[in-house]
Write a protein that binds this ligand. Structure first.
Ligand SMILES: CCCCCCCCC/C=C/C(=O)SCCNC(=O)CCNC(=O)[C@H](O)C(C)(C)COP(=O)(O)OP(=O)(O)OC[C@H]1O[C@@H](n2cnc3c(N)ncnc32)[C@H](O)[C@@H]1OP(=O)(O)O
Length: 289
């Protein structure tokens, strides 16, 4: 119920933004920030994140992404989605720092609801989600990957993945943490979360953050072959199993969704947190110069 209502809000937001999807034959639709290659006969869609320069998860991006995902969810012919970046090198830089810096409480609340919605929709998706991580993927980018059923990362030591929030002076919320703990185990998560560690592919594989590391030029073919393997399992048994594994954790957020939003708003509005974000943004700028 809560999900459906929030979905309607996002759809309304999408039409307010006036986005018109361009339909190119039956196989391709795109809005500004998400490109979908949809092969209805095969039942598989590739969703490419396309929010330059670094695929940050801005409010506009989240809105567009959720609308695209909902389109696929509503078409029973689609059974699997491959998530990847349209720009190899960066899968996603995570939550958009500019949505959390220098804005007002109403904006923070709207943004956080959309971030929750992204996680809930992906985590509870009935479709098979395979993540083709073809670039760096910190924090919210890592979270997106963690919602997927299978993760494949490009074998490039320049790319890293992990939940680095503590390095920014912020804290990974409990549902980021739960998703991470369920993936890598308590001790690894406790250690990595406190230090805000980002891992190159080989280490991420060792810890179980990703399931496979393959040469960069094979990420997409590997994702397709993994998808074929998952598609061979009957949907009903796979979906019931997925739901059994995931429902309790998602329900935990759903039942305290409003409180989680209030927590986020008061946390992010603190002067000390805004200062930390300012310092981090300056550091990102200086890295360039
Ligand atoms: C109680 C608990 C309650 C809850 C408490 C709160 C919970 C919050 C949880 C937060 C989760 C997150 O995801 S927080 C986000 C964490 N993300 C990160 O730390 C990633 C930071 N970015 C990077 O490390 C790098 O940009 C990287 C992704 C590797 C790409 O490097 P490149 O050299 O290719 O590109 P750059 O030159 O660095 O970046 C290009 C431009 O994009 C900007 N940019 C980079 N990352 C950005 C980002 N995430 N959001 C916005 N803008 C970003 C840069 O500032 C540059 O802007 P210009 O200079 O203007 O061009």
């Amino acid at each position: 119920m809560a999900l459906a209502a929030a979905g309607r809000v996002l759809l309304q937001a999408g039409s307010r933004l006036g986005r018109r999807e361009v339909v190119d034959g039956a196989r391709r639709f795109a809005n500004k920030r998400v490109e979908v290659e949809a092969d209805e006969a095969a039942g598989i869609a590739v969703m490419k994140l396309k929010n330059p320069p670094v695929n940050s998860l801005s409010l506009e991006f989240l809105t567009e992404f959720l609308i695209s995902l909902e389109k696929l969810e509503n078409n029973k012919n689609f059974r699997g989605v491959i998530l990847t970046s349209e720009r190899p090198g960066v899968f996603s830089a995570g939550l958009d720092l500019m949505e959390m810096y220098g804005r007002n409480p109403a904006h923070y609340a709207e943004y956080w609801r959309a971030v929750q919605e992204l996680w809930l929709r992906l985590y509870l998706s009935n479709m098979i989600l395979v993540c083709a991580i073809n670039g760096t993927s910190p924090a919210g980018g890592c979270l997106m990957a963690l919602t997927c059923d299978h993760r494949i990362m490009a074998d490039n030591p320049k790319y890293t993945i992990g939940l680095n929030e503590s390095q920014l002076g912020i804290v990974a919320p409990f549902w980021f943490k739960d998703n991470f703990v369920n993936t890598v185990g308590y001790r690894t998560a406790e250690h990595a979360l406190q230090l805000g560690l980002l891992f190159p592919p080989a280490e991420a594989l060792k810890l179980g953050i990703v399931d496979e590391v393959v040469p960069e030029d094979q990420v997409h073919s590997k994702a397709q072959s993994v998808m074929a393997q998952w598609m061979a399992i009957p949907d009903h048994s796979r979906q019931l199993t997925k739901n059994m594994m995931r429902k309790a954790m998602a329900d935990n957020l759903i039942k305290q969704r409003e409180a989680d939003i209030q927590n986020f708003v008061s946390f992010i509005s603190r002067d000390s947190i805004q200062k930390s974000l300012h310092t981090y943004l300056e550091k990102l700028k200086q890295k360039k110069g």
